[in-house]
Design a protein around this ligand. Structure first.
Ligand SMILES: CC(C)(COP(=O)(O)OP(=O)(O)OC[C@H]1O[C@@H](n2cnc3c(N)ncnc32)[C@H](O)[C@@H]1OP(=O)(O)O)[C@@H](O)C(=O)NCCC(=O)NCCS
Length: 146
């Protein structure tokens, strides 16, 4: 495993991010074009190992001191090696540097890897839940820094 580098994504990463997100979220929304569209609305970050993108994360400003995190994903063959934690750690540092004191995200109630990762990084459930047709449910998490 090589050194990983966290950086703001640009257009040249769009194709790889689309592949990572398609694999991770198992829906066909994540085309290259959709990722490019996302880049204009969200801050999109990429984790690279050598010249290969292995993870992505998106954040959206919700106001001067708060942000929403979405699209956290690590390429399947690079999971369980600490990369998700590295990705989130860098993103949290970046957001803290930007004075974002309140961070919000949602995850499916069945997504144990994500829930464990978020809780270990200081996110706590708010108690709010979003229910979807078919029975799935998303839990809202918040992380606040003084
Ligand atoms: C969630 C995800 C980003 C974690 O990435 P990762 O690189 O595997 O995570 P790490 O190796 O850094 O593990 C960090 C912690 O997450 C938890 N975790 C990760 N994978 C896990 C698994 N399969 N089962 C249980 N806990 C797990 C553990 O607490 C782990 O800490 P530990 O290694 O000290 O026990 C990855 O599983 C993923 O891309 N999943 C698909 C996309 C997704 O669901 N994203 C979240 C959307 S809200």
């Amino acid at each position: 495993m090589g050194t990983v580098v966290f950086q703001r994504a640009d257009l040249k990463h769009a194709r790889e991010i689309a592949a990572i997100a398609t694999e991770a979220f198992q829906n066909n929304r994540w085309t290259e074009g959709y990722v490019i569209h996302t880049m204009y609305r969200y801050c999109v970050y990429v984790l690279e190992e050598g010249s290969e993108a292995i993870g992505c994360l998106m954040s959206e400003n919700m106001g001067p001191t708060s942000a929403y995190i979405a699209g956290v994903a690590i390429r399947a063959n690079r999971r369980r090696m600490g990369n998700g934690r590295i990705l989130l750690k860098h993103a949290l540092k970046r957001l803290e540097d930007e004075k974002k004191k309140t961070l919000l995200l949602h995850t499916l109630s069945t997504n144990t890897p994500a829930i464990r990762l978020y809780e270990s990084m200081g996110f706590k459930p708010t108690g709010n839940k979003k229910k979807f047709p078919g029975g799935s449910e998303e839990i809202e998490f918040i992380r606040t820094t003084p």
